[in-house]
Write a protein that binds this ligand. Structure first.
Ligand code: PAF
Length: 300
């Protein structure tokens, strides 16, 4: 049994906590003080209490050393969350990031000691919080764990065995490629669902086809510049498949805009725009969507 700190009590943090608590001692770092009860709910089954201890920043010093720290906060919040947790990390702590969009891996690797391994966990598990204390598990899918530094690549089998209660967990030796593939799904779905206030499945309507193709075409040019092997046709196929699998769901960005929270747009379309500038590749569709989502947020 390992001591695992889950940083963030959003939908994904609570879903992972629920599954990991079957074998491990779970601590969830939350800004909401010490409300100690959260529930996991799936379809019509009875809700289950998530077997975890909720702690605040001030209580970190009183907890046992963590074997694994899983950051489930949004891309823009990772650096600050890491700075808060850093003094409490053990010499051999496994650090895992799990968020939509790109960024963070290089910056974090620079701050770790030689004994600390860094991993990325992408997931297609879907859920949302129907109120601050209940997470609804609405979709199943693969979760993929990959090593982001040398030590992590060596230790990955052992870590994945510890995390085996996460449904459909597999290991990849090319996590950068997978992150980019997930980025393409998020580019196709998240900003447009937020902008037009629609469910993921509604994006399959013909009126959105050309926007989706243009956005993904630009992103594939960036993938080629980064020497990743991603074809537009495969990116489109994956995006439309996720739209069908999650047809009745609202994307995370839709929910962020609805609740007037900061979105992940900078790590999604913003990443494509930024890479476009670095590689001298025009990205007008991603630039425009980035501006629209930023404007939508600040207009409300
Ligand atoms: O961010 C999300 O909502 C999810 O990553 C996805 C895959 C787009 C499904 O809604």
């Amino acid at each position: 049994m390992a001591n695992i700190l889950v940083v963030g009590d959003g939908a994904i943090g609570l879903l992972f906590s629920h599954f990991l608590a079957k074998h491990h001692a779970i601590y969830i770092l939350t800004r909401k003080g010490t409300v100690n009860t959260r529930f996991y709910s799936h379809s019509n089954a009875a809700s289950e209490k998530i077997n975890a201890t909720f702690i605040s920043q001030e209580q970190l010093s009183q907890t046992p050393e963590f074997d694994i720290v899983l950051f489930t906060v949004k891309a823009f919040a990772v650096q600050q969350a890491y700075a808060q947790v850093k003094p409490y990390l053990g010499n051999n702590t496994h650090i895992i990031l799990s968020h939509n969009g790109m960024g963070n891996v290089e910056q974090l690797n620079e701050q770790l000691t030689k004994q600390q391994s860094l991993y990325f966990l992408t997931t297609s598990i879907a859920g949302f919080k129907s109120n601050p204390n209940i997470v609804q598990h609405t979709g199943n899918g693969q979760s993929v764990l990959g090593g982001c530094n040398q030590l992590a690549i060596q230790n990955i089998q052992q870590l994945s065995e510890q995390l085996h209660t996460i449904p459909q967990l597999i290991v990849s030796n090319n996590i950068e490629q997978l992150r980019f593939e997930k980025l393409l799904v998020n580019i196709a779905i998240n900003p447009l669902t937020a902008l037009y206030n629609i469910k993921n499945g509604q994006l399959r309507a013909p009126q959105f086809n050309s926007s989706i193709i243009n956005l993904l075409t630009e992103a594939c040019h960036i993938a080629t510049a980064l020497k990743l092997n991603i074809k537009l046709i495969d990116a489109l196929e994956r995006a439309y498949k996720v739209m069908s699998l999650t047809a009745e769901n609202y994307s995370s960005m839709h929910q962020d805009v609805l609740h007037n929270r900061q979105t992940e747009i900078m790590a999604i379309c913003g990443y494509i725009s930024e890479q476009g500038k670095l590689h001298h590749i025009a990205t007008p569709y991603n630039d425009a969507l980035l501006a629209k989502i930023l404007a939508k947020k600040s207009a409300e």
